[in-house]
Design a protein around this ligand. Structure first.
Ligand code: RI2
Length: 334
């Protein structure tokens, strides 16, 4: 009888363990789905990517049925890795992970660790949305009644500045098409739906139109400690044309777009995307390059509108210290 019971018990344990592993796999599948959406740009824009990342980590924490705190931490770490492998340039992604998983090592019980991740993820998402609103209000003060604003690609932060200005001023917007993914059309549609007068131009027309522009407002995917801004490919050409025409060039970016690792010399990686995005049925013998981003040096940037105020790109180090409060040793080991 005893033997029979112990066999039943073992079987029950095996069933529970299989169920637990199945649930764990399901969590990773959900995280992988988010990572795939980010990679394929179904979820795109540095801010949206950061919020989706925080949401995926929250989901891992909520669904985890780990039996020890170490196992829980391992699950979070595995989810982190899956998300980190999706897109390399938008530093908002690792920064979102950094801010959501901060202090995780301090927890020795699962429930404490779980609620820490959930609370931090919610806080990050809320803060991210507030930041976009605040930097929009701040940046809009630099746009004057009657101004023509040029923007590139599709940035929630840049659109926040433009829409805020439109509340009280008459403005016109020129939106670039933004080859090859044509995110400029999303911008143009969004502005038109909002009632803002908008003109769509091809990317190569920027210099021709610059003489009619009063201010350029673009977003950012990452900002280095030297103040250089990584943003959609073509941004640096626009900055060059603006500089030549003495047109103000403003970047709109939440402080989690600044890259802490650049402090210790880690370069911001520029994502190289598929050649199919440029020419799907390209004949043989042609090499296609498709970098998704470029760097605009600080010399070409007049202002960065952040949620904590307008800053010069040369203040990047101070922003990084304030936002992430790192020590060099921590950065080296993170
Ligand atoms: P927000 C986008 O990248 C654009 O480069 C845009 O300027 C930047 O993210 C920031 O966007 P992609 O994802 O965070 O289209 O301001 O490659 O929305």
């Amino acid at each position: 009888m005893e033997m029979f019971l112990s066999q039943k018990c073992k079987k029950f344990k095996r069933v529970c363990e299989t169920g637990r592993i199945f649930k764990q796999r399901k969590v990773y599948m959900d995280v992988s789905k988010t990572a795939k959406k980010i990679k394929e740009m179904e979820i795109r824009g540095a801010g949206d990517i950061a919020r989706a990342t925080a949401k995926a980590l929250k989901h891992t924490a909520e669904k985890s049925n780990a039996t020890s705190v170490d196992e829980f931490k391992e699950e979070i770490n595995k989810s982190k890795k899956i998300l980190l492998n999706s897109r390399p340039t938008a530093v908002s992604l690792p920064n979102s992970i950094r801010l959501v998983t901060k202090n995780l090592d301090r927890y020795s019980d699962i429930e404490g660790a779980r609620s820490n991740i959930i609370k931090r993820a919610d806080k990050f998402i809320l803060r991210s949305k507030k930041s976009i609103k605040n930097l929009g209000e701040i940046g809009s003060n630099r746009i004057k009644d009657g101004d023509t604003v040029l923007t590139h690609c599709n940035s929630d932060a840049a659109l926040s500045v433009i829409k805020e200005a439109y509340k009280t001023k008459k403005i016109n917007v020129i939106a670039t098409e933004s080859r090859p993914r044509l995110q400029g059309k999303i911008t143009a549609r969004e502005l038109a739906e909002h009632g803002v007068p908008v003109t769509l131009i091809v990317d190569s027309a920027v210099r021709s139109f610059m003489k009619n522009v009063d201010i350029v407002v673009v977003g950012a995917d990452a900002i280095g400690v030297n103040g250089a801004v990584a943003n959609k490919i073509g941004t640096s050409q626009i900055a060059l044309a603006a500089n030549e025409a003495r047109v103000t060039f403003m970047v709109a970016a939440e402080t989690y777009k600044f890259s802490p690792k650049t402090v210790i010399g880690e370069p911001i990686k520029i994502e190289e995307r598929s050649e199919d995005e440029v020419w799907k049925d390209c004949p043989g013998g042609i090499c296609i390059k498709n970098p998704a981003f470029d760097f605009t040096p600080p010399e070409y940037i007049d202002l960065i509108s952040t949620e904590i105020g307008l800053i010069s790109p040369h203040m990047s180090y101070a922003i990084l210290k304030e936002e992430f409060d790192w020590s060099i040793e921590e950065l080296k080991n993170s």
